[in-house]
Ligand binder design. Structure first.
Ligand code: HEC
Length: 258
């Protein structure tokens, strides 16, 4: 097992770039790399795939879904990457919709994937697996609202008369990830945050919250004014429209307190 892990670690480093090239060679003709989840929902649930006319699930959909449904998402990451890669690698050679882990509402729009048996090598599939596994996280980081640490955020809030928005989250919380991938990367939401707020993200399974704050649930959104007074502490996950309303409410309450 130790040897497998070492090989895996070395390969993770080597594979990162190669995986992208191989994905582009073998898979991109059908699998679009990235479309935001909110847009995908609209396309599949409201428009019957007539909006985007996709040929297959997107790479961010596959990455999100496979990681959620295959193996143990809460266990060791390298182990999990291997489990997800094994599933993918088998699927590509022996596709069968009965094995699918995608949602029925999504998969019903597609014919079964043609088998790539004999066309892609085992080693190549491993490289693609690494790329697929890490894709979601990487894209999320790039596109997400950018967080500050609390002390910097409070200073910036004082300077620019803004509100500190603390997202109390945990790596293992499903609804946090859902909000990260559906709401906190939405352009309109990011614009609303950047206008009036300084965002902070704190993993409460690892760190304590500042100002003696407590979060009942993850995620919770806690709004703190420039004088470090708490405006609101709201538990729960939100969709885009409700989250934008929540931001407005926090903004209005902060005005009342002045
Ligand atoms: C000719 C088009 C085409 C190509 C090329 C293609 N796929 Fe697919 N793939 C599909 C379609 C369509 C589906 C959805 C239907 C299904 O699950 O069979 C799919 C589904 C999948 C699934 C299953 C997801 C699930 O659980 O439902 C995986 C994994 C996958 N593709 C990986 C890949 C990888 C990796 C490559 C490149 C090595 C690739 N595909 C190349 C069309 C394609």
């Amino acid at each position: 097992m130790k040897r497998i892990m070492t090989v895996l670690l070395v390969s993770t480093l080597l594979y990162a770039q190669n995986g992208k090239t191989l994905f582009e060679k073998y898979c991109i003709s059908c699998h679009t790399p990235f479309i935001p989840m909110s847009k995908l929902k609209e396309n599949f649930l409201e428009y019957n795939n007539t909006l985007l006319k996709l040929k297959a699930p997107t790479l961010n959909q596959l990455s999100y879904r496979l990681k959620q449904r295959i193996g143990n998402p809460r266990g060791d990451e390298d182990m999990h990457r291997m489990e997800v890669t094994a599933f993918m690698s088998d699927y590509v050679r022996n596709p069968n919709k009965d094995k699918s882990v995608c949602l029925e509402e999504i998969i019903k729009h597609f014919k079964t994937m043609p088998s790539l048996k004999g066309k892609v090598k085992e080693e190549e599939l491993e490289e693609i697996g690494t790329y697929l596994y890490d894709f979601d996280k990487k894209v999320l980081q790039e596109k997400s609202v950018q967080y500050e640490n609390f002390d910097t955020a409070l200073q910036k809030a004082k300077l620019n008369h803004k509100i500190v928005m603390i997202k109390a989250m945990s790596e293992r919380c499903h609804f946090c990830l859902k909000m990260d991938s559906e709401v906190l990367i939405d352009k309109e939401v990011i614009k609303a945050i950047e206008k009036d707020f300084i965002p902070v993200s704190i993993d409460v399974s690892v760190h304590i919250l500042p100002l003696g704050l407590k979060a009942q649930l993850t995620p919770s959104f806690i709004f703190v004014d420039e004088n470090a007074k708490i405006i609101m502490n709201v538990p729960g996950a939100w969709n885009k429209q409700d989250f934008i309303s929540l931001l407005k409410e926090a903004k209005n309450k902060s005005k009342d307190k002045r």
